[in-house]
Write a protein that binds this ligand. Structure first.
Ligand code: AMP
Ligand code: GLY
Length: 409
């Protein structure tokens, strides 16, 4: 029986850990650092930070961990997989070089250009006045991006000259470089792919909700809810996305010797009839994972180990229902989330994120606190079910969006 270590601490990692624990081949799942809400499901949390590679490697060796699965982008960009592999340990995730597709947007844009992958027109600058001059090519709004990891906060949609200048200055101050992009007005969707070198497995399409308020208003967050599959992304569009985006991306990875074992999350946007890439993430999305992994009918540990061994396993997903998840956050999120709110009792269909334990009591910690999810034969019923369950919980002043799923209803 296998032992698995998951790196990370959010609801995404709770979902990943739970899927491993459901495997007949797995006896123990550790999560470092995890959160105390996960313990309810029999997951063991380990008090080691996600960037403390030496301690993580020691732990994995001492506890005979067979497989490490890395959830978040920060340790991937810092080279956790390279370090585990040098220590003779198996880790699922891109190495530092491939992780640049997420951690360096300039690298990603050049990768897309070199491999003919449709994406917004762009320029990349180290100098403010060159960036501002280039932006004049486009009419407002204009997209201004930091190149480095920014936890979803590195993109500004500048509506006028003064917002443009402020965003350019901020991006250059942060990373020494700024990307200017044409603004595309269209529906967004994401596809998640498991890669084992050239072999890949496509998950059902999922839809995140990035803005804090109903109707997609207010500031960006890490994601406030998701559903899957997504009715408005039909089979024809999925096939087009495979042909014009996923296949050329994998071919480009191979050509540039960037193939890896790990997750590839492709954020897409419709430009008229043409799907284009907004960004690559080399990890699962949060909260998308919370509605994707419950749809996997094949043993998750088997799928991951087969991919790592160079095989392409047969994989089944449920086909008869819609999954919908709502993120519950602390009041004040994303700017200034209130801390240490006592946690109510929660049902079993919850993945915990920002919680800590004090004197045996669970308290909130951070912005996104948990994801509650459920499924039903229609998207509408799935939505009604999750909101009915939320109404049964004493949520004090915790916040959630009331309209997850609205675009397809
Ligand atoms: P990113 O961090 O690159 O995923 O961007 C965050 C969000 O900014 C995306 O989900 C989009 O809503 C928006 N965005 C990024 N690039 C563009 C673009 N070229 N056109 C329109 N919206 C964009
Ligand atoms: N939900 C967006 C992300 O994980 O990047």
């Amino acid at each position: 029986m296998a032992k698995v270590l998951v790196i990370g601490s959010g609801a995404r990692e709770h979902a990943i850990a739970k899927s491993f624990l459901d495997s007949d081949q797995v006896e123990t799942v550790f999560v470092a650092p995890g959160n105390p809400g996960m313990k309810r499901d029999g997951i063991e949390t380990v008090a080691i930070g996600e960037l403390d590679f030496d301690a993580l490697i020691n732990f994995a060796k001492e506890n005979q961990v067979d497989l490490t699965f890395v959830g978040p982008e920060v340790p991937l960009a810092a080279g956790i997989v390279d370090e585990f592999e040098s220590a003779g340990l198996k880790a699922f995730g891109p190495n530092k070089q491939s992780a640049q597709l997420e951690s360096d947007k300039d690298f990603a844009k050049h990768f897309m250009m070199m491999n003919g992958i449709p994406t917004a027109q762009f320029g990349s600058f180290t100098n403010e006045s060159d960036a501002i001059k280039f932006a004049a090519k486009f009419s407002f709004p204009v997209v201004v991006k930091q190149t480095g990891l920014a936890a979803g906060k590195g993109v500004a949609i500048a509506q006028d000259q003064s917002e443009l200048e402020t965003a350019v200055t901020a991006a250059i101050a942060s990373d020494g470089r700024v990307l200017i992009e044409e603004f595309i007005k269209g529906e967004e969707f994401s596809v998640m792919v498991l890669l084992g070198g050239k072999n890949h497995i496509l998950f059902p399409v999922s839809q995140d909700h990035k803005k804090i308020f109903a109707n997609d208003e207010g500031p960006n967050t890490g994601g406030m809810g998701a559903y899957s599959p997504v009715p408005h992304v039909d089979d024809k569009l999925v096939l087009k996305t495979i042909k014009t985006i996923i296949d050329p991306t994998i071919a480009g990875l191979e050509k540039q010797q960037l193939l890896f074992n790990g997750v590839m999350y492709i954020g897409c946007i419709m430009d008229g009839d043409t799907p284009k890439v907004i960004e690559y993430n080399l990890r699962f999305g949060d909260p998308e994972t919370q509605v994707l992994l419950p749809q996997l009918k094949t043993d998750f540990y088997h799928v991951i180990t087969e991919l790592m061994n160079g095989h392409r396993p047969d994989v089944d997903f449920q086909m008869d229902s819609f999954y919908l998840g709502v993120v519950v956050s602390a009041p004040g999120y994303p700017e200034n989330p209130k801390q240490d709110i006592p946690m109510p009792d929660l049902p079993a269909n919850v993945y915990y994120a920002g919680v800590h334990e004090q004197d045996g009591q669970l308290l909130s910690k951070g912005g996104r606190i948990f994801t509650i999810y459920d499924h039903a034969a229609t998207l509408k019923e799935a939505q009604q079910k999750v909101y009915a369950e939320l109404s049964q919980i004493n949520l004090s002043d915790f916040y959630f969006r009331p309209d997850i799923g609205y675009r397809d209803l």
